[in-house]
Design a protein around this ligand. Structure first.
Ligand code: C2O
Ligand code: CU
Ligand code: CU
Length: 477
């Protein structure tokens, strides 16, 4: 079966509030797509691997003429791709060479909070550093790191900070997926930006309902071209935008196959011609260009706007059928006797609230016991205007989506997720289990909503072990 519709309530998407900025075609010649280099370890010592990640200022040629001042992780924009393997113990030296405080949040990684997780309680001050370590114990997936300082996440991401994190494991390694990084396995980081004399001006473009840019960028490149040298290409697509939803399809309605969502491999591959991603969601897809010949060009679009091109070169024909079953994800065993947790995203602009409240760094909003599997109803009340989609994200866990307004989730939502787009007027039921101690954020991933305070924190606890957390205040940021 090939799905040819977006899996969502389309009218909701189209009812944007007044501040919506449509994409425009940039007057920029085609240029090679930026493929971020893979981060090299400082040291490998048996099962211990050492990395340094530096948040730094730089300059990037984005438009013709003057370079744009941008921020990145070990790079002038975005960041080097961090490849992690299940079971390995990582030691990461986090360095801040920016002129202001930042944090290094591992979006999607199942690590202890709030410090290793890198949310707002883990500041790294300008000129300073922080050392963290963790053992990676989750399956292969595409995650990312981005800053999370309160309330400057949106601006720092806008300036360029975001890097792909590729998690590998032995099970996924056996599946017939392309995995030659940079050749047939590439990150596709979707963002939108506007420029003022070739420079970013976050204040000028700021919108409380999420800042939108005029131009589409993939991996920081406008009108990027990727030279295809293999029949199949694996795209690790990340919506790294502050606010924009992307509605992806190819200009020739070429079909593609999703093999993984936020938290890793899907139980079954899902074929479609259209894919929508809300902020922070990831989708790994395989595109089989076997029906194309050298010289052909296939354009990736969002709505009617081209965003990048695939230029088909010489490739070796291959005949790979993906198995119908990719991995087994057991149905969640909900812990009996616990009430359903209900969390409500409401409002727009300065009225955005989570459970009727604004974020308070020193308030623990909820607790959940480690090991319990709890049903959560995530509600988008749609009480203003037409409402908007709020992408709901949780730190410290991957959850399973069980239903949308009581109906089955989308066909590509049967895998692990950490971010789910909740449509206006919708209740999405998820099953949530924490396995590690910590204080973790949960929030709307429209970054300006998060910064405004559409965010809360939960303590994952073990009743037999007492943990003290130092929750810093906004003044300490
Ligand atoms: Cu992508 Cu609170 O994070
Ligand atoms: Cu996160
Ligand atoms: Cu929101």
């Amino acid at each position: 079966q090939v799905y040819t519709d977006y899996f969502f309530d389309e009218p909701v998407f189209d009812l944007h509030d007044g501040g919506y900025v449509p994409l425009e075609k940039a007057d920029v010649p085609d240029q090679p797509l930026n493929i971020p280099a893979a981060l090299q370890p400082d040291k490998v010592d048996g099962n211990d691997v050492y990395y340094t990640i530096t948040a730094q200022e730089g300059e990037t040629q984005i438009l013709p003429g003057a370079k744009t001042k941008t921020w990145g992780y070990n790079a002038s924009i975005l960041g080097t791709t961090i490849v992690l393997k299940q079971g390995v113990h990582y030691h990461v030296h986090l360095v801040n060479k920016l002129p202001e405080v930042t944090t290094f949040h591992w979006h999607g990684l199942n690590v202890t909070g709030p410090i290793v997780d890198g949310g707002p309680h883990a500041p790294v001050y300008p000129g300073g550093s922080r050392d963290i370590d963790f053992t990676l114990d989750q399956p292969a997936q595409t995650d990312w790191i981005h800053p999370h300082p309160c309330p400057n996440t949106a601006r720092q991401v806008w300036n360029g900070l975001a890097a792909a994190v590729v998690v590998t494991d032995d099970e996924e390694a056996k599946l017939p997926f392309p995995r030659n990084y940079g050749v047939d396995d590439i990150p596709v980081i979707l963002q939108d930006r506007s420029y003022h004399d070739n420079q970013l001006d976050y204040k000028a473009d700021y919108d409380m309902d999420g800042t939108l840019g005029k131009y589409a960028l993939v991996n920081g490149t406008i009108n990027g071209v990727f030279n295809v040298t293999t029949q199949r290409v694996r795209l690790r697509i990340l919506n790294g935008s502050d606010r924009r939803e992307w509605r992806l399809h190819f200009d020739d309605e070429h079909e593609f196959t999703q093999i993984a969502s936020d938290g890793g491999t899907l139980p079954e591959p899902v074929k479609f011609t259209k894919l929508m991603l809300t902020c922070a969601e990831r989708a790994e897809v395989i595109v089989d260009f076997g029906d194309k010949k050298p010289g052909d060009v296939v354009t990736l679009m969002t709505d009617d706007m081209p965003i990048m091109k695939f230029k088909i070169g010489e490739y070796q024909h291959e005949d790979v059928e993906l198995p119908e079953h990719l991995t087994t994800i057991a149905a969640p065993e909900v812990t009996p006797g616990l009430p359903v947790t209900r969390t409500v995203m409401s409002g727009m602009d300065d009225k955005v609230r989570l459970d009727g409240k604004l974020f308070d760094m020193q308030r623990i909003d909820r607790k959940q016991k480690i090991g319990d599997t709890v049903l959560w109803d995530v509600v988008n009340t749609n009480d203003m205007d037409a409402g908007m989609i709020h992408p709901f994200h949780m730190h410290g866990c991957q959850f399973l989506v069980l239903s949308r307004n009581g109906k089955a989730p989308y066909p590509n939502e049967h895998g692990w997720k950490d971010t789910v787009g909740v449509n206006a007027g919708e209740t999405v039921r998820i099953a949530v289990k924490f396995t590690k101690f910590g204080v973790y954020m949960y929030h709307c991933h429209i970054l300006e909503h998060e910064d405004t305070g559409m965010m809360a924190q939960i303590e994952a606890y073990d009743p037999n072990v007492k943990h003290e957390y130092h929750l810093i205040s906004m003044d300490e940021m």
